[in-house]
Design a protein around this ligand. Structure first.
Ligand SMILES: *Cc1c(COP(=O)(O)O)cnc(C)c1O
Length: 411
């Protein structure tokens, strides 16, 4: 996608707008599949990163399965045509009722606490279940996305293995998979290799396994020169460890991952128009036609998104603070070097594929933006911009007859 392509997209579909490059998603998918040379590799795309049905369809056509965390994501996946046998459901803290609803779709259930495991096992001992282990490794880019440490709410602690085994034995349930997911933005492949030993240790307790799932958390680059998870190196080292384990286990197992960010983060650009340039005594602000209601990661996680002025890319660089229109602190980036910005210019935000649109809201009663998929040199609208009807659709307007009468009498 060239700057010219992006500008023509804002002309055709308006701003702000999300644009995803299908070719980048495909190349990331291929890079992952080529890195792990095992007899069966199962990739489940983490739907929560970007849940547009056309994106799910695209990944499904490549052969990718889905990782889901809610019954609604399961339904979206099935609507997108994904075979339920290629969907894994990895909820945290949901009700037994929701899990039992999801079972009816025929997707793989992954359970992450002993209480639900025992209840589910007693009621459905014949349905195979994967268990999410908490390996107690500290990993991830920041505390909000580190989920594998000792006081995390995720997974069943490896220290509770005896209790877990008692539940499995008492209920007669079948464990067909072992799973972990320790965080996001993990740079050090040593974390995966170390945690793999813990998963193998857990796996030795179960005789009916079909797969071991290493979750995700691969780090992608956010700025030029940024380091990313070395997938090829991880592929080589983990493949070897995995093959050795399968030999010991006595059977070939499938190796599974659940990448979200890795597949879609870099494919996405968020395009917004500059409404106003505001020069104060200390700062030059560029105020855009969007805010953290559309892209919350900088305010929520302190995430970095590169910002480029695609309307004036060759101009001299100046320093800007790029801010949104939300009525509280709403900063996309402070003191960024950007080629000179004029009112009306279009700014392009990088790494806008993962956890951007999917976390967007209607705060300040703004419409959520349109989404466009760039595929084979053409722009395809995959979600319309919202309209005023979307804001009012589920609101119930009361008539207040008593108050209205009183008002009438008093006048
Ligand atoms: C969020 C999540 C993922 C995806 O993580 P990324 O960092 O986006 O790759 C995978 N598995 C589970 C269980 C998750 O909750």
């Amino acid at each position: 996608m060239t700057n010219k392509d992006l500008l023509s997209i804002t002309e055709e579909f308006g701003s702000p707008v999300y644009v995803y490059d299908a070719e980048k998603i495909i190349s990331q998918y291929n890079r992952l599949t080529n890195a792990f040379k095992v007899s069966e590799l199962r990739l489940h795309y983490a739907v929560k990163a970007l849940s547009n049905i056309s994106i799910l369809k695209l990944l499904s056509l490549l052969g990718c399965g889905l990782d889901t965390v809610s019954i609604q994501e399961v339904k979206l996946g099935i609507k997108a045509g994904v075979d339920p046998s290629k969907i894994i459901y990895t909820p945290n803290g949901v009700s037994l009722e929701e899990i039992e609803e999801v079972v009816k779709f025929g997707v793989q259930i992954n359970i992450d606490n002993l209480s639900i495991l025992e209840q589910f096992g007693s009621r459905h001992p014949q349905i195979p279940v994967c268990i999410r282990i908490n390996p107690h490794v500290m990993a991830g880019g920041n505390s909000k996305i580190s989920v594998g440490h000792i006081d995390s709410k995720f997974g069943i602690s490896i220290h509770q293995m005896p209790h877990l085994l008692r539940i499995v034995e008492n209920t007669g349930m079948h464990i067909n998979g072992i799973h972990m997911h320790t965080g996001s933005d993990i740079l050090d492949i040593g974390v995966f290799l170390y945690a793999s030993e813990i998963l193998f240790e857990a796996a030795r307790n179960f005789k009916e396994l079909e797969f071991i799932d290493f979750g995700s958390g691969f780090k992608v680059p956010y700025r030029e020169g940024d380091i990313e998870t070395d997938i090829e190196d991880l592929g080589q080292q983990l493949t070897k460890k995995f093959k050795d384990f399968c030999k010991e286990y006595g059977r070939e197992l499938a190796l599974a991952f659940e990448p979200g960010k890795y597949l879609v983060s870099e494919a996405g650009k968020f395009l917004a128009r500059v409404n106003v340039i505001k020069q104060t005594t200390s700062t030059v602000f560029a105020g855009i036609d969007s805010g953290f209601n559309h892209l919350i990661r900088p305010m929520f996680y302190g995430s970095h998104h590169d910002i480029v002025n695609i309307s004036n890319p060759e101009a001299k660089h100046r320093f800007y603070s790029v801010v949104g229109y939300i009525c509280e602190t709403d900063t996309f980036g402070n003191n960024r070097r950007i080629s000179e910005i004029r009112e009306g210019d279009i700014l392009s935000f990088s790494n806008a594929g993962a956890y951007c649109f999917s976390m967007a809201s209607n705060f300040n009663s703004r419409y959520r933006p349109a989404e466009v998929l760039w595929h084979e040199g053409k722009a395809h609208l995959i979600r319309e911009r919202e309209t005023f009807e979307d804001l009012t659709r589920h609101q119930v307007e009361l008539d207040f007859p008593v108050l209205n009468n009183e008002l009438a009498e008093n006048n």
